[in-house]
Design a protein around this ligand. Structure first.
Ligand SMILES: [Zn+2]
Length: 321
């Protein structure tokens, strides 16, 4: 079974590029059929202001509940995720003794509702705060208690774009992984994938580094050391990381065949919105750079392994006339 672990539905265009097409539910299914992908994890959009582009605000289904309700129509093809922002959970007025050390927000009410709506994971977390912010650790811990894996984009040090931020060497992610051995954490985006190479500069964590990888990076060490860390190869960041140095990529994909998830992060409709990930993995298989088992794990088996709450839904029977 082939699963695209990272997709979105909605209008993610920017005001400067209104010539692109939004992704519709029908368009998503059409793409899955064309690429021979069985199912797609759909990550709801619009939960954190940092990730919002203006056109999205005027598109249908701007709220998560609408997106999840719409997903039900495609239950045989779509694997729904919930989404929230670690900064949610207003505490109201603090008591004097709480000022120094405010209590954690209780997300169980929201997570219970997501479970009732059929969600089997949470993400992607686009708030632009530190990976080891106490609010992130609290949310991720509670997700783990509900058996919900969490997917997040990682960006470069300090505030400024979207996604949780970290410094060179991912020290904050390592603290989070150490604090939460029972939460499945899935990383992606430039700040994560730049770390496929060692000795990088902070600037590289905001861009798409190219060229040969001279030295294995922090990512290899963390994937080896922490059973709860997984890597999503979606978007240009993931694609660049696994295609910039084919020999390194072959070794990397083979060594971490139990930890890597195929995804695309297709954000636009039509042929222009397509991403090259699956064709590339198929070509590596054809060239015998990766084995059939590695291909099967990366493109679907790892996803099914970590989505503990997911049971595939059969295609509804055709209505009889
Ligand atoms: Zn995405």
């Amino acid at each position: 079974m082939i699963i695209d672990f990272h997709t979105h539905v909605g209008d993610h265009r920017t005001p400067e590029r209104m010539d692109r097409l939004p992704v519709t539910w029908e368009g998503l299914i059409e793409r899955l059929d064309e690429e021979e992908i069985d199912k797609a994890v759909v990550l709801p959009s619009g939960v954190s202001p940092e990730s919002l582009q203006a056109p999205f605000l005027f598109s249908p289904q701007v709220d998560i509940l609408s997106q999840l309700k719409a997903a039900r129509e495609y239950a045989d093809r779509v694997i729904p995720f919930g989404n929230l922002d670690p900064r949610m959970g207003c505490l109201g007025n603090l008591e004097p003794h709480q000022v120094e050390n405010p209590p954690e927000a209780d997300f169980s009410w929201i997570l219970t509702h997501f479970l009732e709506l059929g969600c089997v994971g949470i993400g992607e977390i686009t708030a632009n705060i530190a990976v080891d912010d106490p609010r992130v650790i609290s949310l991720f811990r509670q997700c783990g208690e509900f058996d919900l894996p969490v997917l997040f984009p990682c960006t470069g040090p300090g505030r400024g774009v979207y996604g949780l931020y970290d410094e060179v060497g991912l020290p904050r992610l390592e603290r989070l992984l150490q604090a939460l051995p029972h939460t499945t954490v899935i990383g992606h985006a430039p700040g994560f994938w730049a770390e496929i190479e060692g000795d990088i500069t902070p600037e590289k964590k905001f861009v798409y580094p190219t060229g040969p990888i001279r030295k294995a990076g922090t990512l290899s060490r963390l994937l080896r050391s922490y059973a709860n860390l997984y890597a999503d190869i979606s978007a240009n960041s993931g694609f660049n990381a696994i295609s910039r140095d084919k020999a390194f990529a072959t070794d990397f994909l083979t060594e971490f065949q139990d930890k890597i998830l195929f995804g695309t992060d297709v954000c636009f409709g039509g042929p222009d919105g397509r991403m090259p990930h699956l064709d590339y993995l198929r070509s590596l298989l054809e060239e015998k750079r990766i084995g059939q088992r590695t291909f099967a794990k990366i493109t679907g088996e790892n996803a099914l392994k970590i989505l503990k709450l997911y049971s595939p839904v059969a295609k509804p029977e055709e209505e009889k006339p």
